[in-house]
Design a protein around this ligand. Structure first.
Ligand code: ADP
Ligand code: MG
Length: 695
């Protein structure tokens, strides 16, 4: 249970004075959260510096200035749409304060003619006249202290002004309690870090520019707190997962041999090696915690199957968890015939299944009649009980959080073997944040006979040519993915873009064009995907729903619109959807001409390179860690306060710290341990704490 000291912080936004039902939505959208704590963790991305006090004539254009002026005259707009101008001046010149929407009465009160005012805002020039549109501050001279010297800038949303955001944050800040210190005193002293409450206040009410610099002690502390909570939670998972399980999982090879005989291909050396490493782990008395990394198309699924077969040979059950319904079903489809060849049963279990069929499955699972279960996070639900679960495989696991991994770990009561598979090529530091310390197997080589995907970078101006090329490909019997731009989902535009393209292509190609996007219900997504896989649909217009895992061999053309809006690694993942068979495949990256030369150059990397790791490195180099990490799609947990691009050394410190903490105080029972529990709750690692109490 969440400690009482944090109650206030986890109340909904409406609990804040001044935040009513109208404000809640834009506010929640801007901070990507619904509780007061989310407001406090909404990190400013920059800073307005209002210290410059130039004269009107000397105020640099495009910059914020604070200027002392006299009010000369009011010029209401001639029409309702025309702006209202308040003319002000100092000894050096005139300045127009421009208001597009404002109540004239209010303006007259704010700016009595003849009065002296201190105003602060951005100075611009329009038709040779200096102006300041909507000053941020306008106060009488004796109230100069109402204008902050520096002011944080926050990400906002439609219907939410900076002023309102600022007020909400300050109200929240006033509610924030002082918390017991969880930091190691020696560390805190060495780094000269302030306590949590002070650090938070400095984040939102900086006094000087350096307060918000990347190396400001307060910011480093807040970042460290978050990383420590991440590493501590991961360490708890690891401790639970890696504890001795008393029995080893040794297979006799009988099922593996049958499946190998049934495979239409031979395992690659890399696959055989990975399977051997996994078998080695399973045979030891410590539970396995292994990451299987391999580029898209490297053939991870069959490795997973062999791992599961070993568990089944040892008399246990295994499950494979996929991040989406579509993927779960697809895995099941691939694996089912192979399991049949081995004479064992496999079942799919997703949130969608319900009723009698589901109850039957659950009974069979509990009785051990089903050897392998494939599913989504529905496998985590309490009512899903295995007779004797031995191994869990998590596919594309970066989409699962620490909490979900914990829930999984709780399913096996005697230490569970876990294999996670990822196609995301992640640099070492970042691996730490997502996986903690894990053993790693890599599939470095791809199955033979793959023809590299012929990748072209083409301007969107040639869209019509591309549609014609798609028509020719369809005549040749190919199927086509058409991926639409990644526009922030919050704006609902991704849907519009895909929708429009769908209509456009449908006008030309008729009913053979399907549409799939994130907002379809799981069942609808499945239907569309199934029809595409069966060849009933020839063109699939999609948002990035198809990004991971999906395998339709006959699909040999992929068109990506506005490719410049995607990360390179993500494009590489997308491209991995084609080139799965032996027929030549194409990937056409359409970029907006306006995106310019840099965008084209960036995309060229994909044209010439087919190695996910090299591409990820290039992406990181071109865009910088911050941006790569900022995207949800990158697969790295996104941190709210920590900034891995500038604070990555804190990560290793946090890892060592977490290890040491658990060594000294395994149950977090000391006073510092109790403070650390609060830290875990603060960053919503509730599951980790619960786990600690029951473990
Ligand atoms: P990923 O690593 O991206 O999950 P998959 O497991 O989906 O890759 O495999 C990609 C494709 O390669 C599948 O169609 C699979 O049947 C095929 N494949 C896997 N291993 C081999 C192999 N050793 N030889 C030939 N094809 C293989
Ligand atoms: Mg896969």
């Amino acid at each position: 249970m969440r400690p009482e000291i944090l109650y206030e912080l986890f109340k909904p936004l409406t609990a804040l004075k001044g935040v009513g039902p109208k404000l809640v939505r834009p506010l929640a959208k801007a901070i990507d959260g619904e509780a007061i704590i989310d407001l406090l963790f909404h990190r400013p991305f920059g800073l307005h510096d209002r210290r410059a006090r130039p004269t009107v004539a000397a105020a640099p254009l495009g910059q914020i200035a604070t200027i002392e002026v006299t009010v000369d005259a009011h010029h209401p707009g001639r029409s309702r749409r025309a702006p209202y101008r308040v003319m002000v001046s100092d000894a050096t010149g005139d300045l127009a304060l421009v208001y597009f929407t404002a109540d004239p009465e209010w303006l007259k009160k704010l700016y009595p003619v003849g009065a002296r005012r201190l105003i602060s805002g951005r100075v611009e020039s329009y038709d040779g006249v200096r102006q300041m549109p909507h000053p941020d501050y306008a106060v009488a001279l004796d109230q100069a202290d109402q204008i902050p010297a520096v002011e944080p800038i926050y990400g906002l949303s439609a219907g939410l002004s900076a002023r309102v955001m600022g007020r909400a944050i300050r109200t929240a800040l006033a509610l924030a309690p002082a918390l017991p210190e969880w930091l190691d005193p020696a560390l805190k002293q060495r780094e000269a870090w302030p306590d949590w409450h002070t650090a938070l206040a400095q984040l939102h009410m900086p006094r000087q520019v350096s307060d918000l610099a990347a190396d400001a002690p307060a910011l480093r502390r807040l970042g460290y707190d978050e990383l420590l909570s991440n590493q501590l939670a991961l360490a708890l998972v690891r401790r639970r997962l890696r504890r001795p399980r008393g029995r080893s999982l040794a297979g006799d090879g009988r099922l593996q041999a049958r499946v190998e005989a049934a495979l239409p291909y031979r395992l690659t050396t890399a696959q055989t090696q990975a399977i051997a490493e996994i078998a080695g782990d399973l045979a030891t008395p410590t539970a396995m915690l292994r990451l299987l990394q391999g580029d898209v198309g490297a053939g991870k699924t069959v490795v997973a199957l062999f791992a599961m077969l070993i568990a089944v040979e040892a008399g246990r059950q295994a499950c494979l968890m996929a991040p989406t319904e579509i993927l779960a079903r697809q895995h099941a489809q691939t694996l089912e015939p192979l399991c049949a060849a081995a004479g064992i049963r496999l079942a799919v279990l997703t949130a969608r299944d319900s009723g009698r069929e589901r109850r039957r499955l659950l009974t069979e699972l509990a009785a051990g009649e089903i050897a392998i279960a494939v599913g989504t996070h529905a496998l985590l639900e309490g009512e899903v009980v295995f007779r004797d679960l031995g191994l869990v495989v998590i596919d594309e696991q970066h989409r699962f959080g620490v909490d979900q991994r914990l829930a999984l770990a709780a399913k096996g009561d005697s230490g569970l073997d876990v294999l996670v598979m990822s196609a995301t090529p992640i640099p070492r530091t970042l691996t730490l944040t997502a996986f903690g310390d894990m053993d790693v197997s890599r599939l470095v080589e791809k199955p033979p006979g793959r023809v590299p995907v012929d990748t072209r970078v083409v301007t969107l101006a040639r869209l019509d040519d591309m549609v014609a090329a798609v028509a020719r490909a369809l005549d040749d019997g190919a199927q086509v993915y058409w991926v639409c731009p990644l526009v922030t989902e919050a704006e609902g535009l991704d849907l519009v873009a895909a929708d429009e393209r769908h209509a456009h292509l449908k006008a030309r190609f008729g009913d053979a064009v399907g549409l799939i996007h994130g907002r379809l219900k799981a069942r609808e997504k499945d239907q569309v995907m199934t029809r595409f896989a069966a060849g009933a649909l020839k063109i699939l217009v999609a948002t990035t729903v198809i990004e991971v895992g999906v395998d339709v061999r006959n699909a040999t053309v992929m068109v990506v619109e506005h490719a410049e809006r995607f990360g390179l690694a993500q494009l590489h993942q997308l491209r991995g959807r084609v080139g799965r068979g032996t027929r030549p495949s194409f990937c056409i990256l359409l970029y907006a001409p306006a995106a310019g030369e840099t965008a084209r150059k960036r995309l060229e990397v994909l044209r010439t390179c087919d190695d996910g790791f090299v591409i990820a490195e290039a992406d990181l180099a071109i865009r910088g860690a911050g941006e790569v990490l900022g995207t949800r799609q990158s697969g790295i947990p996104s941190f709210r306060l920590a900034d891995l691009s500038s604070q990555d050394e804190l990560m290793a410190m946090a890892r060592d710290d977490a290890r040491l903490i658990l060594e000294r105080d395994p149950q977090l029972g000391s006073p510092r341990g109790h403070a650390l529990r609060i830290l875990l709750y603060l960053f919503e690692r509730d599951a980790a704490v619960r786990y600690l109490q029951s473990g």
